[in-house]
Design a protein around this ligand. Structure first.
Ligand SMILES: [Zn+2]
Length: 141
């Protein structure tokens, strides 16, 4: 299974946007159903349509079904939701918010990395000691 593509950070090309927008209108589906069937994200779809066809979006908005929007809990930026429970504009904001608001999270993470590096160092030293006792791996002759 391949990992799902993340939402595009930039609007789509105009021709693609127009094609998909007309596809949505022709399909008669709600925006959410249409994007899900085609493997897009609501956020990239709406952002692209507003970028290239702002008038059309305002005109058809009422017939597109529920459109989630909100303000990011971390940076306050307005964003279009991909999921009804989405609280942050991006993955970065989500992790920054968690790091800033969970006491000791940063320090715990650093300690985890330190322990991991120490463990690896010990393993490598043990490996090196073993091979030097055994002598060269491929003795000549
Ligand atoms: Zn944000």
């Amino acid at each position: 299974m391949t990992a799902k593509k993340l939402p595009s950070a930039r609007p789509w090309r105009k021709d693609l946007t127009v094609k998909r927008w007309q596809g949505l209108l022709a399909s008669g589906l709600t925006m959410q159903l249409y994007v899900r069937r085609h493997g897009f994200y609501p956020s990239e779809f709406i952002a692209s349509v507003i970028h290239h066809l702002p008038g059309e979006f305002e005109q058809h908005r009422a017939s597109l079904g529920p459109i989630g929007e909100g303000n990011c809990q971390h940076c306050g930026r307005h964003f279009w939701k991909n999921r009804s429970y989405q609280k942050f504009c991006s993955y970065n904001c989500n992790s920054r918010f968690r790091m800033a608001n969970t006491p000791g999270a940063v320090e715990a993470n650093r300690q985890k990395m330190r322990d991991f590096r120490a463990k690896k160092r010990k393993e490598n030293e043990a490996k090196r000691a073993l091979t030097s006792e055994d002598g060269p791996q491929n003795p000549p002759g």
